[in-house]
Ligand binder design. Structure first.
Ligand SMILES: *Cc1c(COP(=O)(O)O)cnc(C)c1O
Length: 458
């Protein structure tokens, strides 16, 4: 182990050390994640059935549980080079302020205009759509980071990009919307009157402020009904975790260079893509019995899919147009309380992470949003970076672990994913500063209502 003072504040890999292939964690899983099912026949989805919705090469990646590495195409690598490798930062100031013997590191993914890790998969998905000769892609966006990342990626490859943005975010985050339009995307508040499913949802719930599940349904409908378009998704899917493995591979390479082995790896979990990416090579070692790590997923107490959801087949969207996925889920109708401002609002979780969690290979904790914003503000003041609320879930848990080390005197190495910056989340910060934020936690009775509506599969 190296001495503290020898470890630089920021560790960048050079271009030659940047990973040239994505790592497919599923290849090392003995028990594979459950397959997507056709909601009609309840049989595993075949590539042909998915072809109307998704791009061909992305379907191949989605269904491949065996190939450990996928070479990153040259065009994607050259885009990555604009903002990668991202830095692995030693949080010296935070360690000092907390008075902990733990060493805290974070992998910072906010160094690009979209402000988050989502660009890592957006550029890959846009590339494969272009390669297939498509005109454009459709998608949903909640807080707006995915839509922004995708519009940047589409603009790079000259593809059209149609974004359905959850209505409350569309209204709360006009600047996000304008960034997307700057990159040439069209942005529609969801639910909208543009799609059948949108009209149906509006007829039933005229005052709805929308949800991710609902925006997904609209984007899928638009893709399958428009010539030369396919649908792309920014999280949850296996292919997205595959692309995000770039985060973990770089982190591992940087730690190897420093001759440091992390003990605890922490990430926030919405649909699971940044966490799945960050932990990929470490979990691979764990699965192969080569090393052990504590891995912790952090989720909001107001949308607790891992910690209070059930492991079952469920719809990925509200309109029930998508395949069924087996995952930890709160039920596809679940919408977090209107006061919830911290992101990570999806009702389900990546099938891959769900299976790993089910096998006891990782842990999950939930945190209240006022604690999350307290951690966010603390971090901003101590380490200088204004974190995204989503990322601040991981900060919160990392601080908790570091404080535990202070109490026990253990010198653990903690690393967490700092997935993005919070410049477009200032309304949420404002609510926190004005004392208008509360910690609504769903009751067991409420969760039971959504659970009862899960599709009957097995
Ligand atoms: C989207 C997003 C997340 C959550 O998504 P995952 O797929 O769970 O990674 C976390 N942080 C930021 C900044 C995001 O934009």
């Amino acid at each position: 182990m190296m001495k503290n003072e020898k470890i630089p504040y920021k560790t960048y890999l050079n271009e030659n050390e940047m990973p040239k292939a994505w790592y497919n964690l599923r290849a090392d899983m003995k028990q594979k994640p459950a397959p997507l099912l056709n909601p009609g026949t309840l049989q595993p989805m075949k590539a042909e059935e998915l072809a109307g919705v998704f791009c061909e090469e992305l379907i191949a990646q989605e269904l491949d549980n065996d190939t450990p590495f996928f070479e990153i195409p040259e065009e994607i690598l050259s885009f990555y080079k604009m903002y990668r490798p991202s830095p692995l930062v030693r949080a010296y100031c935070l360690e000092k302020k907390l008075g902990t013997p733990a060493k805290i590191y974070y992998k910072f993914e906010g160094n690009n205009t979209s402000g988050s890790h989502k660009l890592n998969s957006a550029i890959a998905q846009a590339y494969y759509a272009k390669k297939q000769g498509l005109k454009g892609v459709t998608t949903e966006t909640g807080a707006g980071q995915w839509g922004t990342a995708l519009s940047m990626a589409c603009s790079y490859f000259g593809l059209d990009c149609k974004v359905y943005m959850v209505k409350c975010s569309y209204e709360q985050k006009p600047f996000r919307r304008e960034v997307m339009r700057t990159y040439g995307a069209s942005v529609t508040p969801s639910p909208s009157m543009e799609t059948e499913v949108g009209r149906k949802i509006l007829a039933e719930h005229p005052n709805t402020t929308g949800s991710l599940g609902c925006a997904i349904s609209e984007a899928v409908e638009k893709a399958v009904s428009s010539d030369g378009y396919r649908y792309v998704l920014g999280s949850v899917l296996n292919q997205v975790l595959l692309h995000q493995s770039i985060i973990g591979l770089e982190t591992k390479a940087a730690f190897d260079k420093l001759e440091v082995k992390p003990d605890i790896i922490i990430g926030c979990a919405g649909g699971g893509s940044n966490l799945g990416g960050l932990i990929a090579p470490f979990m691979g070692e764990k699965l192969r019995g080569e090393a052990d790590y504590r891995i912790i997923a952090v989720e909001p107490a107001s949308c607790p899919s891992f910690t209070r959801g059930v492991y079952a087949y469920d719809f990925c969207d509200t309109g029930m147009v998508c395949p069924l996925a087996k995952m930890y889920t709160l039920g596809s109708d679940f919408i977090p309380s209107a006061n919830h401002a911290g992101g990570l609002r999806y009702h389900g979780m990546s099938s891959t992470l769900s299976e790993l969690y089910h096998q006891g290979l990782m842990e999950a904790v939930s945190v209240k949003q006022t604690e999350v914003f307290k951690a966010a503000e603390y971090f901003a003041r101590v380490e200088g970076i204004l974190p995204a609320p989503e990322s601040s879930h991981a900060i919160c848990a990392a601080i908790d672990e570091a404080v535990r080390c202070r109490e026990s005197g253990e010198e653990k190495n903690i690393v967490f994913g700092l997935t993005g910056t919070g410049y477009f989340d200032m309304i949420a910060y404002q609510k926190f500063h004005d004392g208008e934020m509360n910690d609504y936690i769903p009751t067991e009775e409420e969760l039971a209502v959504y659970r009862a509506k899960l599709p009957k599969v097995e």
